[in-house]
Design a protein around this ligand. Sequence first.
Ligand code: BEZ
Length: 210
Amino acid sequence: MIATAQSAYASPGLSFSVHDCRHLCSNPAVNSKKGTWDKVFSNAALHWILRDPDTRMDVLRDVHAALKPGGSFVFEQGGAGNVAEVHTALIGALVAHGVPLTEAQEASPWFFPSEAWMRTALNDVGFEVEKLEIEYRPTRLTESDGQGSGGLEGWVWLMGAAFLERVSPEKRDVVVKWVVGVLESVEKRHEDGSWWIGYVRLRGVARKRE
Ligand code: BEZ
């Protein structure tokens, strides 16, 4: 992705690099420019990055520290209740295949905050929240190719990988099929057989106070 960005969008003064956002300002390249960034933008990534409670607030604190006064943090991520039905089915599938409930819950790689949680957290690290909204946005899945790509099956293999790692490789296909089977009467529409997932998006704009 970085190589593609560098060749497709090459421009003087523009560079692309990979950093661990849980420790953004511990990186010397970032730390030396702390307090000078105009903008931080994140799309569909924070629900993974904020998963670990031990580093959750550090992420927001470091974004705030990287920005210049007046700089803005613009983001969209999964919000409270995101993909609730698949999330529940994944936990249920692990339990049905011998994983203890607390371990199955712990396997979740996501943190889907509510608007209230995010507003408090942004305020606590020093942001002024300009806009924050949550939207229920059911999303149509692509067609399944019947071989593990596309459809709900493909989604579960890709996005649910952290859950599947809790069972042995031989059991994973059965677990995926269990999830798809359980969700058929919930996510498949009667009128045309299309499959939909209940995405909930949390999006916001926060500004570092001058
Ligand atoms: C995503 O990263 O786009 C995503 C992850 C979990 C649920 C929904 C979307």
